[in-house]
Design a protein around this ligand. Sequence first.
Ligand code: PLP
Length: 361
Amino acid sequence: LKRAKNFNAGPSALPLEVLQQAQQEIVDFKGTGMSIMEMSHRSKTYEDVHNEAQELLRELMGIPENYHILFLQGGASLQFSMIPMNFLQRGQAAGYVLTGSWSEKALKEAQLLGETFIAASTKEGNYRRIPSLDELQYDQNAAYLHITTNNTIFGTEWSEYPDTGNVPLIADMSSDILSRPIDVSKFALIYAGAQKNLGPSGVTLVIIRDDLVERGTQDIPTMLKYSTHAKNNSLYNTPPTFGIYMLGLVAKWVKQQGGVEAIYKRNLAKAQLIYDVIDASNGFYLGHAEKNSRSLMNITFRLKTEELEKKFLEESKQQGFVGLNGHRSVGGCRASTYNPVPVESCIALKEFMEEFQKKNG
Ligand code: PLP
């Protein structure tokens, strides 16, 4: 069996066990003689898959009972618009913390729909760090405060979250959901495109507190209201059934790995292997993020010259590594070490980086 050493930033690697189970069930799901894709979304068989995926997430993330778990479409990018549409009322302003390209995109959509302000920004210095909690500026009248918990492109990640009092805290967790234990009750709304830690693209997970569902603007299109999806258990229209089934399998896999705490320990160890090479390289590899803002999911670094970077990327490809190029907007290199990336791939990358430095340093 040939599997790539896959460090793609998204869509990214899936656990082999999950793919193999899906492969087995693809023509006959549990004796139905059908694939899950061919089945009515109103059938009991599908509904069980749907509800089980929600229950597993609730258990793994410790999601309290007063939160809805929604499976939507449109990616995290549609959430950039749905959030202000539902929660940015006239007379209020929404705060955005800018920590990278995705938070900028979220802000841009909100600016089309209402008043906004920048609660903090680390753009100066090219997003190398997460602001400290006391840098955040907002008052208790803010409609909400929006943060991006992991910055996929720049490779920085929040390690603690603000206590925002009555201001709803909204988080884009697209690239670090389910990778570390979090206290869901600190957040009013969490959203994530599935294609990194949760499954294939096409499903967007939204975890939303009951009072926000009630509070949302009502005179907007039906499909764009959280209340529509909350009232209908994400079955108002045809949901992305195959993606939700896959998300359920991934959640089951996380549980089998020992849950989020165990996955977190593994993620720490995986990222450490690569950060250690960067730190011991005497400047041969230059990490982008400041040390205390480093992401466990996306490790961003450069080499001294673009020529050397090109050589690094070419040789890595020849050795079976996939996806080590940085995002087109920042260049350089990036290793994305999401939950499904096995420790063995990280060890192989560590060895490749050391070897490359020996030959070219
Ligand atoms: N937010 C973050 C942090 C991301 O990493 C991404 C995609 O990489 C997005 C939002 C956009 O997600 P989608 O492609 O699901 O719209």
